[in-house]
Write a protein that binds this ligand. Structure first.
Ligand code: SAM
Length: 239
């Protein structure tokens, strides 16, 4: 599999992705604001509006990192399990939750490819800016399907490819040159941010990813492009 420009084994990719997020954890929230000009907050608000978390629902926020999505869903009364492969990201999230006095969250280290949860226990599964880091994406989608109840919903927020003429190229140039520089200046870590840019570029286009969600068993799959598909919200139902 690819890691940046290198070919590495699956285990090695998973290990290195771990290294990237351990390295970025403490600066993660600041970097998101800097890199997206604050726009990631709007995308996350739109995403959660689409998920429509309800009071008392059990929701799994996979690759939940420092909790941005989980906090928004807990605000609406959902019982959210925040899972991530990286304990350093979760540790930052737990601190933030404590500082903001957010209730109703459970934190658990999990690999999206192989979850420890029983079948059919969640009303919704969310994954935001996480799936592109997963080594075996079809395995993660099958696991999402397995842990959802019948009638449960899957939603994914992820970078994709903008179909607006010229916009994709503009973004490529911005991300290739500027993001690693911001990473170097702020987080003293150019390589991790270079990997993050590369992982965005390699992620399947909107229709291809929608088809993968269908192959995992989800029905009524959907995609909502944001900024022409620079970012996309994919969805599907377990029926
Ligand atoms: N969802 C959060 C947000 O929107 O701010 C965090 C997104 S962050 C860019 C990606 C997260 O995916 C990291 O916290 C990383 O540790 C996690 N991750 C990467 N591979 C994973 C895997 N196989 N299973 C679970 N989490 C994974």
């Amino acid at each position: 599999v690819n890691f940046g420009d290198e070919l590495v084994t699956r285990e090695e990719k998973t290990r290195r992705v771990g290294g990237v997020f351990s390295s970025v954890a403490s600066n993660y929230d600041l970097m998101n604001d800097l890199m997206s000009g604050g726009m990631h907050r709007l995308w996350k608000n739109r995403f959660v509006a689409k998920v429509k978390p309800r009071h008392g629902e059990a929701i799994l926020d996979m690759a939940g990192g420092t909790g941005d999505i989980a906090f928004r869903m807990a605000d609406r009364g959902a019982r959210v399990t925040v899972s991530d492969i990286n304990p350093d990201m979760l540790a930052v999230g737990m601190e933030r939750a404590k500082a903001r006095n957010i209730q109703g969250l459970t934190w658990q280290v999990e690999n999206a490819e192989k979850l420890s949860f029983d079948d059919a226990i969640f009303d919704a599964y969310t994954i935001a800016f996480g799936i592109r880091n997963v080594t075996d994406i079809p395995a993660a989608l099958r696991e999402a399907h397995r842990v959802l109840k019948r009638g449960g919903r899957f939603y994914c927020l992820e970078f994709s490819t903008s179909e607006w003429p010229g916009f994709g190229e503009l973004y490529d140039r911005y991300s290739e040159h500027l993001i690693p520089k911001i990473g170097k200046a702020v987080a003293k870590d150019e390589d991790s941010y270079r990997y993050l840019v590369e992982s965005i570029r390699r992620f399947p286009r909107m229709d291809a990813f929608r088809a993968m969600i269908g192959e995992a068993g989800f029905k009524s799959t959907s995609v909502e492009p944001i900024l022409g598909g620079l970012v996309a919200i994919h969805g599907g139902w377990k029926i």
